[in-house]
Design a protein around this ligand. Structure first.
Ligand SMILES: [Zn+2]
Length: 262
């Protein structure tokens, strides 16, 4: 079904500071997907942010001769720099093997542990229901697995005491999350105007040199493509550049089962 852009709402601005946890399968997923919004929420709303990078990034090159260990180390350094450029310094690397991720109970527990420790109001993950994108792209199975594990860490695992009793033994009490934002969603409900932070987003993305290239390669390749996409999306909702999310709010007043989906 095509997206009805007229129905999308702007992400409401929050008055009090809050914590955000962003999960992603790979080392550049956050920069491609949501770094503009993250930069904006840090600057405009005083948000603090934790990134969870689930895989080790070791499958991010097809070049013969590059060892997996070298690539893992390089990508970790690139991710730390990318995060610093938007103001994020709390990064957790879970180091699951890149390319073979599954939404296992072990992964769900690892994410739940960090949610209980850092107590976010908002969690951002990749939409696990996205499979086919515009007849051109099969969504990477790691993205879907990362999204599914996060979804079920948010509910029920983070807030339910008897699930993962070993976490209680480690001292992690249950925590209820307020909102879940899904990116790379084919059914978005909200958009965030990132016009003020587009340069920061591009700068963060450029830190992933092993993935996006450098100099002219970056300028005429990934940067051009990404900017065009944000401009196109922005135009459809009346701003210069936008990122899109499907939003679930768990602290809102309960809607009737029969109310329209928004
Ligand atoms: Zn990815």
């Amino acid at each position: 079904m095509p997206i009805d852009y007229d129905k999308l709402q702007p992400v409401p601005q929050r008055a009090e500071p809050y914590h955000i946890v962003v999960t992603a399968a790979h080392h550049d997923d956050i920069e491609f997907g949501v770094a503009g919004s993250v930069a904006r929420w840090i600057r405009e709303e005083g948000a603090t942010v934790t990134y969870i990078i689930i895989t080790d990034g070791g499958a991010g090159s097809n070049e013969p001769g590059i060892t997996r260990a070298d690539l893992v180390a390089r990508r970790r350094a690139e991710q730390i720099e990318a995060a610093a450029r938007v103001g994020v310094r709390d990064l957790r690397f879970l180091d699951y093997p890149d390319g073979c991720l599954q939404a296992s109970l072990e992964l769900r527990r690892d994410i739940t542990r960090i949610l209980r420790e850092t107590k976010p109001y908002r969690v951002i993950c990749q939409d696990p229901t996205t499979v086919y994108v515009r007849g051109q792209y099969i969504n990477h199975p790691d993205h879907r697995a990362a999204g599914e594990a996060t979804l079920y860490a948010v509910f029920p695992s983070a807030e339910t005491r008897p699930i993962f009793p070993e976490l209680l033994a480690e001292g992690y009490e249950p925590h209820k999350i307020g909102e879940l934002y899904l990116n790379l969603s084919l059914t978005p409900t909200h958009f965030q105007d990132i016009s003020d932070c587009i340069e920061l987003k591009l700068s963060a993305l450029a830190a992933h040199e092993s993935q996006v290239g450098a100099g002219e390669d970056f300028e005429n390749g990934v940067k051009k493509w990404l900017l065009a996409g944000h401009r196109d999306g922005g135009k459809r909702v009346g701003v210069e550049h936008a990122e899109f999310f499907r939003v679930m709010k768990f602290d809102a007043e309960r809607a009737s089962w029969h109310e329209d989906e928004t």
